[in-house]
Design a protein around this ligand. Structure first.
Ligand code: ADP
Ligand code: GN1
Ligand code: MG
Length: 689
């Protein structure tokens, strides 16, 4: 995508701009007073509305935007503003707040770091890997870009170049310590020194300039210096000497290709830069090997917006590098990691395909997943279920002449011999062997596939029929308890935290009209007509892998929700996803129709796969299961929409609402065809299998 949004949130103004990533410029921007201190929710809501206005003016939608970046003052780490005194914020998860309001991925960085990043990407550091920025303003700020990524220390506090001590016991600094670079090289320090020298040399040219301008500024000593004034020359000479010391310290540590000087004082341009280069050159190491370029910043205004808008390019590389690190530190893999890419279309976990290579050039592939902690509060217990079920299936396959390397998931052990790896930031990771030559479908492409997936899911259920159900942890409570899902929807509507309710009144009404129906399966269970079995609970088509060569299903995947449940729900979940004429998030409802022919194929396959393992009551309730799962899934999507899209992954605003309406459309189609659906089940229930 060509555009992203950059936000420069300051203590005084908040600026928002659409940035053209191809033309490398701000396309359009607006600014409003921040009115700090103020709550983060309020500010985020204002920014979200500024974004909407800006996009409308540019004749764009959020769909045209790749991501959003925000630069804020203070200490920033992992999407959180840890502390920002000029906003009055402590520990504000600002990226998450904005993500909820916009449905877009939001990246966050400290404003000085973002400005440095802008210079590194598109400014005086373009084409280089390492740039250090020093801003000479009211204070002295800094930003470090190393190997194309912002370096901010373990705590987000790094790059405080202004507080590098250059004179032990020297001038008092605003931070309370003595001798910091800021006490010598900020505009504030320059003004103070100019005033002091003017008091000592009242005949200085600075006097006339002061009378002309009305107040002392950083410009006056520079102007008087260029006129050869003695007092001003002394002020500026000292100023440049101290700055050269600070800069050469930085160069000696980092040896960046570029050292960039920004802030108000950098407007002096070459008059300042030339003597600075000469003096810094005398103090720095490493000249034989090529030297650091010292340059005035390219961006005067707009560095914050541009740097923020570019954050998506930084984090991606960074994040992948971190994941590579997790993989190599955590798991007992063969060879070295050569690539990691996001993979699949799951709505829940972060899934990656990892390719490794050993010395002989032999390649191995793995699937790596970061378990969604928001959805699964106990990833440890989830992994216990996962490990024991896959082990059980693998033994069963061995006994029956199957191939446990292809027909069930196989965990890759961690270096400590465990089933999952917990990274330093508390994320849970698991790895399974990639099933070679496998294909995963998000939509039925050939009717035969759907029939075969039914046999496979029916089979899967049969294979687990003797699995000890009470040894399984209930990974998500009330997962397919439809009356409970109904209640959660109505609660979300009552709270209406994101003010989306008025838009969905008709959809809520649709659910309300079916409240009594929601109890059907729970009632049947209580009456002893519907047994609990070990079920998969997430039987959509893309949770089964097909063989790329033979086209046959090989392996049922996504075992996160294996729990005691109703067989008719597993049946129903497949129907809602597969027996339809459109994708799950199709927004044009005229394209969304229940496909009774696909339904028939699935009924036939499921009953065959279960090989008589279903009771008469279960068979009779299959059509109810289909409607129930479709209705329930629609209600879950709608609930998530009302709650700000935090459960299911979304790739565009309104996607959950589209998904909900899509499911509801299928519900009404099925209701109209219920008699036919029952007849079809009857037909196959009484066939010899
Ligand atoms: P989610 O819970 O987010 O849906 P899944 O476990 O279903 O996560 O994995 C997401 C996708 O990754 C699957 O739809 C499939 O395309 C792919 N996938 C998962 N495991 C494997 C595997 N072992 N081999 C090949 N592809 C896999
Ligand atoms: C989720 O994980 P995935 O994408 O296979 C969800 C299912 C929903 C489905 C809707 C743990 O499945 O329950 O039916 O999205 N999984 C979980 O497409 O909530
Ligand atoms: Mg899945």
């Amino acid at each position: 995508m060509r555009y992203s949004i950059g936000i420069d949130l300051g203590g005084t103004n908040m600026k928002v701009g659409v940035v053209d990533l191809e033309e490398k410029k701000i396309l359009i921007s607006i600014s409003e007073p921040t009115c700090a201190p103020r709550g983060a929710e309020e500010i985020a809501a204002d920014i979200a509305s500024m974004i909407r206005r800006l996009l409308a003016d540019a004749d764009m939608t959020l769909g045209d935007i790749a991501w959003i970046g925000a630069a804020t003052p203070g200490i920033v780490k992992n999407g959180t503003v840890v502390s920002a005194s000029n906003l009055g914020w402590d520990n504000v998860p600002f990226a998450m707040l904005l993500e909820r309001m916009t449905g877009k991925r939001v990246y966050l960085a400290n404003d000085a770091n973002a400005a440095a990043y802008a210079e590194a990407c598109w400014g005086v550091g373009a084409g280089e890997k390492n740039l250090i920025a020093i801003t000479l303003g009211t204070g002295v700020g800094g930003g470090i870009v190393m190997n194309g990524a912002i370096f901010d220390g373990f705590n987000g506090f790094a790059a405080e170049i202004g507080h590098m001590i250059i004179d032990h016991g020297g001038r008092e600094c605003s931070c309370g310590k003595r001798g910091c670079l800021e006490a010598y090289c900020s505009a504030t320090a320059l003004i103070k020194e100019s005033r002091r020298m003017l008091a000592l040399y009242p005949d200085s040219m600075m006097k006339a300039l002061l009378d002309k301008h009305g107040e002392m500024s950083g410009i006056i000593p520079f102007e008087a210096w260029s006129g050869g004034d003695y007092a001003a020359t002394s002020v500026i000479n000292d100023y440049i000497d101290y700055l050269a010391v600070g800069i050469s310290n930085v160069i000696n540590i980092f040896q960046p290709e570029v050292l960039c000087i920004g802030g108000g004082i950098s407007a002096q341009g070459e008059a300042l830069m030339k003597p600075l280069r000469d003096r810094a050159a005398r103090l720095s190491f490493g000249f034989a090997q090529g030297k650091t370029r010292i340059e005035a910043a390219k961006f005067k205004n707009g560095a914050g917006i541009i740097g923020a808008a570019l954050l998506g390019t930084e984090k991606k590389e960074n994040a992948i590098m971190q994941i590579a690190d997790t993989v190599s530190r955590g798991f007992d893999i063969l060879g070295d990691v050569v690539s990691i890419m996001p993979f699949g279309n799951g709505h829940i976990n972060d899934t990656y395909i990892v390719v490794t290579e050993n010395n002989g050039g032999e390649e191995n592939k793995y699937i790596l997943q970061k378990i969604n902690k928001n959805v699964f509060p106990r990833p440890d217990l989830l992994m216990k279920n996962f490990a024991s079920v896959t082990e059980y299936l693998s033994e069963l396959l061995l006994e029956n002449g199957g191939d446990p390397e292809r027909e069930t998931l196989r965990l890759v052990k961690t270096k400590e011999g465990g089933d999952y790896f917990v990274s330093t930031d508390g994320d849970y990771w698991r790895m399974v062997h990639y099933i070679r030559d496998s294909i995963c479908y998000d939509k039925v492409e050939e009717p035969r596939q759907f029939y075969e997936s039914a046999v496979a899911f029916g089979n899967f259920q049969r294979m687990l029929k003797d699995y000890p159900a009470d040894s399984l942890y209930e990974i998500i409570e009330n997962f397919h308890n439809t009356p409970d899902r109904y209640k959660k929807l109505m609660d979300a509507a009552d709270r209406d935290k994101f003010e989306r309710r008025k838009e969905v009144e008709a959809d809520l009404e649709f659910a309300r009209a079916r409240e009594a129906f929601c109890h059907t399966l729970e009632d049947a269970h209580r009456a002893g007509r519907l047994p609990l079995r070990v079920t998969h609970n997430d039987t959509k088509l893309n949770n089964i892998l097909f063989d790329g060569n033979t086209g046959k299903p090989i392996c049922v995947i996504d075992l996160d929700t294996i729990m005691p449940g109703y067989s008719v729900n597993d049946f129903g979940d497949s129907i809602r996803f597969g027996a339809t004429t459109a994708a799950e998030d199709e927004s044009d409802l005229t394209k969304v129709n229940f496909d009774i022919e696909l339904y028939e194929l699935y009924v036939k396959g499921f009953i065959e796969g279960a090989k008589g393992g279903l009771t008469d009551a279960e068979l009779e309730m299959l059509p109810i299961g289909a409607i129930m799962m479709t209705l329930e899934c629609g209600m879950r999507f709608l609930t998530d929409y009302l709650q700000g899209d935090t459960y299911f992954k979304t790739h565009r605003p309104g996607q959950n609402l589209d998904r909900a309406r899509n499911q509801f459309k299928l519900v009404s189609d099925m209701e109209h065809k219920l008699d036919e659906m029952r007849e079809i089940v009857n037909k196959y229930s009484h066939m010899e299998v």
